[in-house]
Write a protein that binds this ligand. Structure first.
Ligand code: PCA
Length: 215
């Protein structure tokens, strides 16, 4: 049976949980559009995260790869459109590494685009009453690093579709912060990822639609 590789990240930046990791056991083994979901949790560490992702791609040989991570402060599920060749960390990763103004890949192209049907995914989220948007920046921390490395790997494997989705804080994380950070319950995050997988497997050409984007 064909496989889908779905990844989340371990907690980072002083948090004790990461919604992208908590969603993984809830989707592990799920059958979606004739494909079996297999999941992995990546370390929030430059380099190691990408090594593990590449190993999982070789092990599972998936038809689709969606990596996910937490974007605290965002109110919507966001499907990232572009990965950039910059690592510029404002905090250390979980191994204490903090690259500043460095390329993800020396000599690599400035950017890679997601090959997910981004606008169609947002339309499907909206139809399911989930907050969703296309994002044009995955940041310059470990998520963008993994996203860039993923798309570089898949550029040589054009049959495998892939991309990155950021998810908001959980309500319990937002409550712990003094500010009024936006959040989304875990069951809605899981439903959103399920919809993104389903849509990616069943949509060949992305639709053109204005709006629904964040920077
Ligand atoms: N979010 C971070 C890294 C891990 C995660 O879940 C980011 O957006 O780069």
């Amino acid at each position: 049976m064909k496989t889908i590789l779905l990844t989340g990240f371990e907690p980072f930046g002083g948090e004790s949980l990461n919604p992208s990791a908590l969603a993984m056991p809830m989707l592990q083994g799920r059958l979606i559009a004739g494909h079996r979901v297999t999941t992995a949790i990546l370390p929030c560490v430059f380099g190691q995260s990408l090594t593990l992702l590449r190993r999982e791609i070789q092990r599972t040989w998936p038809a689709l790869v969606i990596c996910t991570g937490q974007a605290g402060g965002r109110a919507s599920l966001s499907v990232e459109r572009v990965a950039i060749n910059i690592a510029d960390a404002t905090i250390p990763d979980n191994a204490g590494r903090q690259p500043v103004d460095q390329p993800v890949v020396q000599g690599g192209p400035a950017a890679y685009f997601s090959t997910l049907p981004t606008k169609t995914i947002v339309a499907a989220w909206q139809a399911a009453a989930l907050p969703g948007a296309v994002s044009h920046s995955a940041g310059t921390f470990v998520c963008n690093h993994v996203f860039y490395g993923l798309m570089r790997t898949l550029a040589r494997q054009p049959k495998i579709r892939g991309g990155f989705i950021h998810v908001p804080f959980l309500p319990e994380q937002a409550r712990r912060l003094a500010s009024n950070a936006p959040s989304l319950p875990l069951d809605q995050i899981v439903r959103g990822l399920e919809i993104a997988i389903q849509t990616s497997l069943t949509t060949r050409l992305d639709r053109r639609m204005a709006g629904g984007t964040i920077c």
